[in-house]
Design a protein around this ligand. Structure first.
Ligand code: GTP
Length: 437
């Protein structure tokens, strides 16, 4: 029998350890806890230790009450397999570090060797209601720059939203620090960002044992597709016969990711349960999509990213930037900052023969006569957005007819070139002197 696993995510200080301690106190089964912390001092392990009488060892230690902690640096799969061999327990909880991405952790339990002894039951993200409101949901507040994560390459806000977007249970904690209206707005925004997750609101991490541990089998493929931004893109590609004002596109097939997900989806019906409906436009929260088969001018697009409207919370999708004819660039905006990352290559930039092969493998691929799969396809989630104005600002970033005849390589271009390379453009710097690129 495989052991069910719950992955616990959430930003630093959101309340993961508090929730975990409560869980261990009330648990009716043996729970092993693995803290996948970063940094030299394993603070969470110390805290859990204080609460549960943990004894630490060099490698992996099983304890009387089932609380187990691994030392840092070891490979997660190796650690959990060793744990499974050495200890007996009914459920494993992996507490991801506050800056951890949930998907790679989840992946180890689904596709990695840990998928044998373990069964991924749930990915739970704890949200600090107060901070989430101040960062993303406060329509009147000035957006605050979050700065990079500790690798220095990625804005924190982007990571936070990714944790929200890849989970099946959202625990909105610290509700004592927000009023009812603020709490409701946080919930409405979370629903828009992750329509596929169950949402519970709480204080001091008090969540039913059953809600936390007795979730159904986690559907990895569905989780990948369930983020609000992905659904907006998919529904746009599926439902709307949108007219391309620039006349480059007559085809409207399936939205397609290029290399962003390096893995192959096992389940062709992924996300099928989640209706391609926009969430109710409560609290002025809207989900919109933008699709054009014409490249953005690199400089105008970068300027737009420096001055996006305050109400925009999330924007994500593939962008085609003039001068980068091979690179499919994922644009990801969260909070105040936008990361541009080369996540793949446009199929249209390969030889005809290879294009044919790729296209046979992806019959749903949206393909325009002139530019193939090159396109700008973005989802935008925000509150009180003046969508028409934003859409026309995006259109103004597209190359004009005469610019289409230019030598695009002669443009100044901040966009990344190599696979995996990222460039971050900060909207919070828009009021400061001087540009960064
Ligand atoms: N007011 C309030 N404080 C809370 C609540 N939940 C947790 N806290 C406090 O918030 C602080 C951070 O909580 P932790 O449980 O350590 O958060 P964490 O997510 O484990 O933090 P890291 O280990 O840094 O990632 C602690 O001082 C908790 O006592 C809550 O619902 N309301």
């Amino acid at each position: 029998m495989s052991v069910p696993v719950t992955i616990l995510c959430g930003e630093l200080g959101a309340g993961k350890t508090t929730l975990l301690s409560g869980l261990l106190e009330s648990a009716d089964r043996d729970i092993a806890v693995l803290v996948n912390d970063v940094g030299e001092v394993n603070v969470d392990a110390d805290l859990v230790e204080a609460r549960t009488d943990l004894e630490t060892g060099d490698e992996v230690v099983a304890l009387e009450n089932g609380c187990i902690c691994c030392s840092l640096g070891g490979d997660l799969s190796r650690a959990v397999i060793q744990l499974w061999k050495e200890a007996e327990f009914d459920h494993l909880v992996v507490e991801a570090s506050g800056v951890g991405e949930p998907e790679p952790i989840a992946q180890q339990f689904v596709r990695g060797p840990a998928g044998g002894p373990y069964d991924l039951a749930a990915v739970v993200t704890v949200v600090d209601a107060r901070r989430f409101y101040d960062r993303f949901a406060d329509a009147d507040g000035t957006p605050v720059r979050q700065g990079p994560d500790e690798t220095g390459t990625r804005p924190i806000a982007d990571l936070l939203l990714e944790q929200v977007e890849f989970c099946d249970l959202l625990v909105v904690n610290k509700c004592d620090l927000v009023d009812e209206a603020e709490r409701d707005r946080v919930v409405a925004l979370l629903e828009a960002l992750q329509p596929g997750a169950e949402i519970v609101t709480t204080e001091h991490g008090a969540v039913d044992l059953e809600t936390l541990l007795d979730g159904d089998y986690f559907d990895f493929s569905a989780a990948r597709e369930s983020a609000g931004w992905k659904q907006a893109i998919e529904s746009d590609a599926d439902d709307h016969d949108e007219t391309d004002e620039h006349g480059h596109d007559e085809e409207h097939a399936h939205g397609h990711e290029h290399g962003e997900d390096h893995e192959h989806d096992d389940d062709p019906d992924h996300g099928g349960e989640h209706d391609h409906e926009h969430p109710p436009e409560r609290y002025g929260i809207e989900v919109e999509s933008y699709h054009r088969r014409r490249p953005f001018h690199p400089d105008r697009f970068a300027s737009l990213l420096r001055s996006l409207p305050d109400g925009l919370v999330r924007a994500k999708g593939l962008t085609w930037i003039a001068g980068r004819e091979k690179q499919a660039i994922t644009t990801s905006f969260a909070g105040t900052e936008t990361t541009l990352e080369v996540t793949g290559r446009w199929i249209a930039s390969f030889s005809e023969e290879r294009q044919e092969t790729f296209r046979q493998g992806q019959p749903d691929l949206s393909w325009g006569e002139e530019w193939g799969d090159r396109e700008n396809r973005l989802a935008l989630i925000g509150r009180n957005l003046e969508w028409d104005a934003l859409e026309s600002r995006l259109d103004d970033c597209l190359l004009t007819d005469s610019e289409m005849e230019d030598d695009w390589d002669s443009y100044e271009n901040p966009a990344p070139t190599a696979m995996g390379e990222t460039v971050t453009i900060s909207g919070a710097e828009r009021t400061t002197e001087g540009d960064r690129e």
